[in-house]
Design a binder for this molecule. Structure first.
Ligand SMILES: Cc1ncc(COP(=O)(O)O)c(C=O)c1O
Length: 542
């Protein structure tokens, strides 16, 4: 079909890619007379050859990724069926850390929103994709973190990439200081920013300070780091990083992806957890000031809606001006379709549910402690850490995959092998993530299966690593003592002398006796006024 334009059309000047069929330049007429250039005679690039060569490299170094077909069953959490609908396995490596992906409140909110508002948002936030679900969710997120504002993205990968790329490219001469174990999304954002990057050794404050001190005070600097590092379970010294940030005129960019929902009295993350009593007091008649708390001191917090909150999406939270800047400038926010209304409503419900009751995260921590203790008692090499992650050191890509396959095929247990580039070569591991649903029979089964696989494959035990001088904390003297759980006994409600299983039983009994939850703020409020009128405590603004 030909495009017919009026004679006064200015399309050719405004749209260089659209030719005006009514006008033709002398150069175009000349080119038409010359005809097309002759066909080239040399060999074309072999695209398929390129793909195959790249894949061959991945196979050779054993880092080729195999995906397992695992279908997590909402009604049988944490069980799943494999490619066969009849075959059941227990999932031990999901990041649906609290089982919110099947929480009845979340599902109910999603069903209602889906039926009322349909499948998709219908556009970008700028063009028809901005709605009450986004408004409500961002309001909830800002309150959760005690910040002025929040902004939702299609994932936290995008949130990290877009925010760092935008700030790093727009702030004149910006330098980004990045922890050496930072997630690929931050590395990508820093790369996209074109800003100068300085990588400091993982959680090494001396190294960070040396690098900060080498820069003029007037230079804008962003310290980018995570709270819980997901592959080893280490936790950043957040307060010390804030101190250095203040001293050297930097801002802090904290990724709480593996902590939101799971740490702190409202599930806002490790930064909230570090001032547990202060934030907890917000739900009481005499709230303490949150000014100067660690969470308050962090400039930019990023998180996901896809892990402990069981849905999908990511966000940033911080000052109103920072959020408005990213909203206005970041292509990764501007030029993409908004999350579906049902997803935003479900995530909103999940955040509020977790902010109102800590039982899931307490059970998750108790189960984690029980699994770590049982495995350590068998000399299985658990990488010491203070968080909910249970990483088992294997130290070889092929053996890690074999161990994972054996667990699945012979024991019905799904734990993915973690290989390069997610972890450095030689540090391959199995990464176990207990949830509130991993009750004692499932835990006992896991521990027996891991023991059998370690025996069958002759994998190194803690004592073997120790005799070699220790490796990534395994078999290293003092490593356990330096990695006590960040959830303290008192915060978990552990009574003096109470066993872990006793505490688990108590938590489950309490859960059973709690018939109804406090009412949740409507996930799909009809007006902003109605929304703000439902004054349910969610985190609480500083
Ligand atoms: C530390 C960290 N940040 C960001 C992300 C990206 O989050 P999302 O899954 O929402 O894209 C991940 C994902 O695994 C992560 O581990």
């Amino acid at each position: 079909m030909r495009l017919v334009l009026p004679p006064d059309s200015n399309l050719t000047t405004e749209h260089p890619n659209l030719t005006n069929p009514l006008r033709s330049s002398p150069a175009a007429a000349e080119a038409a007379a010359r005809g097309p250039p002759p066909a080239p005679t040399n060999e074309p690039f072999s695209y398929e050859g390129f793909y195959n060569a790249e894949l061959e490299k991945k196979h050779k170094d054993k880092s080729y990724r195999y995906f397992n077909n695992i279908n997590r069953l909402a009604k049988e959490f944490p069980r799943a069926h494999t490619a066969s609908a009849e075959e059941r396995v227990t999932v031990w490596c999901s990041n649906d850390y609290l089982g919110m992906g099947r929480n009845p409140h979340v599902l109910n909110s999603m069903h209602k929103t889906l039926d009322t508002y349909g499948a998709g948002a219908g556009g970008t936030r700028n063009i028809s994709g901005h709605n009450q679900h986004a408004v409500a969710l961002e309001d909830t997120l800002a309150k959760l973190h005690g910040k002025e504002a929040a902004l939702v993205f299609s994932s936290c990968f995008v949130a990290n990439d877009a925010t760092l790329a935008t700030l790093g490219s727009k702030m004149p001469d910006c330098v980004i200081l990045s922890d050496s174990l930072n997630h690929a999304s931050m590395i990508q954002g820093i790369r996209h920013s074109g800003a100068k990057k300085m990588v400091f050794k993982h959680n090494d404050m001396e190294d960070l300070e040396t690098k900060l001190a080498s820069l003029p005070l007037s230079t804008p600097k962003i310290i980018a780091f995570e709270s819980v590092y997901s592959m080893c379970g280490s936790i950043a010294p957040i307060e010390k990083i804030c101190d250095l940030s203040d001293k050297y005129g930097a801002i802090t960019f904290l990724d709480e992806v593996h902590a939101v929902g799971m740490y702190g009295p409202h599930g806002a993350g490790v930064a909230e957890h570090l001032d547990y009593a202060t934030w907890q007091s917000q739900d009481t008649a005499s709230p303490q000031s949150t000014k100067g708390t660690v969470q308050d001191r962090i400039d930019i917090i990023t998180g996901t809606l896809g892990k402990a909150y069981g849905c999908v999406g990511g966000y940033i939270a911080g000052s109103a001006a920072m959020v408005d800047t990213i909203r206005s400038l970041a292509p990764g926010f501007i030029f993409t379709t908004s999350l579906p209304p049902a997803t935003m409503a479900g995530a909103d419900t999940a955040i509020q549910y977790q902010s109102q009751q800590p039982r899931d995260r307490v059970l998750q921590q108790l189960h984690t402690r029980a699994v770590k203790t049982a495995l350590k008692d068998l000399d299985i090499p658990v990488i010491p850490n203070p968080s909910h992650i249970v990483p088992l050191l294997v130290g070889d890509a092929e053996l890690a995959k074999k161990a994972s396959d054996k667990l699945l095929e012979e024991h019905g247990i799904y734990v993915q092998a973690i290989n390069y580039p997610t972890v450095p070569r030689g540090e391959e591991r199995l990464r176990i993530t207990p949830t509130p649903g991993h009750v004692k029979p499932l835990r006992d089964h896991l521990v027996q299966a891991v023991q059998a696989v370690w025996n069958d494959l002759g994998l190194k035990r803690t004592s073997d690593w120790q005799s070699q001088g220790g490796f990534v904390g395994v078999g290293v003297e003092g490593a356990e003592a330096a990695n006590l759980p960040i959830w303290e006994d008192a915060q978990l409600g552990l009574q003096p002398g109470e066993s872990l299983e006793g505490a688990v039983a108590r938590e489950f009994n309490d859960a059973a006796s709690q018939v109804t939850l406090p009412p949740l703020k409507a996930a799909t409020p009809l007006t902003e006024k109605a929304h703000s009128g439902m004054n349910i405590p969610v985190g609480v603004v500083a």
